[in-house]
Design a protein around this ligand. Structure first.
Ligand code: WT7
Length: 630
């Protein structure tokens, strides 16, 4: 972590207060009361939430905190799919629409709750038939199509632990995730469709399973005609379901049974397999989908993330379906067929709740107001943001141009590790551009110095969470030491890894990562991962990677590379290196710039000082360089 976080804050931002109707009609009208109820009786608060859901067996105790380990809803039994599907089907809502998918050229697919349940049950029976059992790991590497969600829910149905890998990762990144989790089955598709073009997915899986002996089967969704041939070990997604029953009993899961693994970048070359469990995750995502997004029966809710990220897990799949929402998803990109694509979908589907990322908002700003202004966006009632700080300029634009100076903006701060929203400005509360907001009821977050003392308003520090919450990660898969580090770094609190500033009235402004993670277009990229991908190229001796501020992507990646003797810097070599990173980690981790250098700044103990590289790159003072060698 960096030591220099003496940020001072000028508090002259405007405040926007939504129409009082918002607060009056919201599921959680009185935020202050909810927060003080939580403070008076934290377990009682969460117990009340949990009771809104169906359990096979109730808990003996709400929480057992044995620092740094927690168990929530002790000894309770449940299955999350019974809450996401059966509960609505049995509750006269079976014909409600669960999922609307939109592909290119107007293609649309609609699933009612009943139909989704049938498909999930059939696919779950298929997984059972090929030998998948409770506790087995299944890797899902798919495009943004309904089958991706069906595959996730089918795993949850039978208690298999899914590890979803975003389709933008390359073969080496996929291989590492398959191997680490020991995945028995990989579910994929022949292609993903981006901007009118088919991009191979299965070819990447073929490469990724070469050194992955745990993989017994690959299930392939074949989208293209003529269908690709299947080889040994491979099964067709729909053929696997043929002739199987559309009923599949929901596996009885203990609240603390592992639910899924999701990899996130860390400060070493190896991503962390964040482990979430069944009960607490269900309660946390249900609670926030209902009370933060304020989802109602007549909403059409669209989160533009991919289910392959935590945002998609929590706020496309599990949370909204647990609430019984109508979820819209689309494989279209914001710039295809043109820069109006998202706005045309909002008009077409009459989207009411829209959740996207600052990087997308900044791209929309760049494209100009004329695009959104061509479409009728008046169905929108709430607009949200997640992934990185929503800077005040982007806030103002989003509020005025998309929200028509009317809809509240939910700038939600949270992480893969937290599972659910943690900090935001609740519907109806005054909004302050640049500030995410306050901890939500159920969460005790604060900004502290490195010893854990709460900082004074107007100053910066480290963001922490002071007590456990139901949907927190339980461990890092096969690396519990890394889990313990989160709780052992700052005086017994959960160390988030972000720098933040505390403003007036407890509003929190998130500044960004305090560690070696770069957020590029909303994706977490570890400097160490990119560096080791570069170093795995035969011409590279050493590499250091930094994030450079970018007005659209938030950050771009710049790599400094020392070549091995016998190699000469050239544009051709730069292209080779970029290609190599792309093939290894995927397009999302590609540097925008490579500079060949003779030396890298290092500490006497040999650690690369990226901070010095960054300061030099940006022409600013590098701060304390007393540990720099020579
Ligand atoms: C990191 C977590 C949570 C889903 C998407 C990312 C940054 C996230 C915000 C926000 C400022 C934010 C933080 C955090 N972040 N949301 N609203 N304002 N920063 O999940 O990949 O686990 O990344 O994203 O730095 O620690 P993730």
């Amino acid at each position: 972590m960096t030591e220099d976080f003496n940020v001072k804050l000028v508090e002259d931002v405007k405040t926007y207060t939504p129409d009082p109707q918002y607060r009056k009609n919201a599921w959680m009208g009185d935020y202050q009361k909810a927060y003080s109820d939580f403070q008076k009786d934290p377990d009682g608060f969460w117990e009340k939430m949990a009771k809104e859901l169906d359990w096979i067996k109730s808990w003996d105790k709400v929480k057992e905190w044995n620092y740094p380990y927690v168990r929530w809803f002790v000894n309770a039994k449940l299955n999350i799919t019974a809450n996401c599907l059966d509960r609505h089907v049995n509750d006269s809502r079976r014909n409600n629409v669960a999922l609307i998918w939109r592909g290119e050229e107007g293609r649309e697919r609609i699933f009612t709750y009943q139909k989704l349940l049938n498909q999930v049950a059939k696919f779950a029976n298929g997984l059972k038939k090929i030998g998948v059992k409770k506790g087995d790991c299944v890797c899902i590497y798919m495009p943004l199509v309904p089958e991706q969600i069906i595959a996730m829910l089918a795993c949850a149905r039978i208690g298999a632990v899914h590890s979803v890998v975003f389709g933008g990762f390359g073969a080496a990144a996929l291989n590492m995730r398959i191997q680490d989790a020991g995945a028995k089955v990989v579910i994929t598709a022949d292609i993903t469709i981006r901007r009118g073009k088919a991009i191979q997915l299965k070819g990447i899986v073929d490469d990724a399973i070469v050194n992955a002996p745990s993989v017994e089967h690959v299930v392939v969704l074949r989208r293209r005609e003529p269908m690709v041939d299947l080889h040994e070990k491979e099964l067709d997604f729909y053929e696997m379901m043929e002739g199987l029953s559309d009923e599949c009993p929901a596996e009885v899961m203990d609240a603390e049974d592992p639910f899924f693994i999701l990899y996130t970048s860390g400060s070493t070359g190896k991503p962390k397999g964040i482990v979430h469990t069944c009960g607490g995750y269900m309660v946390g995502t249900y609670y926030t989908s209902k009370y933060i997004f304020d989802i109602k029966d007549n909403d059409t809710y669209w989160c533009t993330a991919d289910p392959g990220w935590i945002t998609g897990h929590s706020y496309i799949v599990y949370g909204p379906l647990a609430v019984g929402a109508t979820v819209f998803i689309s494989e279209l990109t914001p710039d295809y067929p043109d820069a109006g694509s998202f706005w045309s979908l909002i008009e077409e589907q009459k989207i009411t709740i829209f959740y996207t990322a600052p990087t997308a908002i900044r791209m929309f700003m760049k494209m100009g107001e004329s695009w959104p202004n061509k479409y009728n966006l008046k169905s929108l009632r709430i607009i949200g943001s997640v992934g990185e700080p929503l800077n005040p300029e982007a806030f103002e634009w989003y509020y005025r141009v998309i929200g028509k100076s009317r809809t509240p903006i939910l700038d939600t701060w949270w992480q893969t590790e937290t599972g659910m929203h943690m900090i935001t400005t609740m519907i109806g509360e005054p909004m302050r551009p640049g500030f995410a907001g306050k901890p939500i009821p159920g969460v005790e977050a604060d900004v502290v110095d490195k010893d854990g003392n709460s900082v004074k308003p107007g100053t910066g520090g480290l963001l922490v969470v002071k007590s456990p919450w139901p949907s927190m990660m339980r461990t890092v898969y096969k690396d519990d030491e890394r889990y313990r580090k989160y709780w052992y770094t700052i005086n017994g609190m959960y160390a988030v890894g972000d720098l933040a500033v505390k403003g007036k009235d407890g509003y929190i402004m998130i500044l960004g990562r305090a560690d070696d993670i770069i957020i590029v277009a909303g994706h977490n990229i570890g400097t160490a991962e990119v560096e080791s991908a570069l170093v795995s190229h035969h011409a590279v001796a050493e590499a250091a990677v930094i994030g450079k501020p970018d007005t659209v992507k938030g950050n771009t990646i710049k790599a400094f590379v020392i070549l091995r003797v016998g190699n000469q810097p050239s544009d051709k070599l730069k292209q080779d290196l970029l290609h190599h990173v792309r093939a290894t980690l995927g397009p999302i981790a590609m540097p925008s710039e490579i500079e060949f250098v003779e030396k890298l700044p290092k500490t006497r103990s040999g650690k690369i000082m990226r901070r010095v590289l960054k300061a030099k790159e940006m022409g600013i003072d590098p701060g304390d360089i007393s540990t720099l060698e020579e």
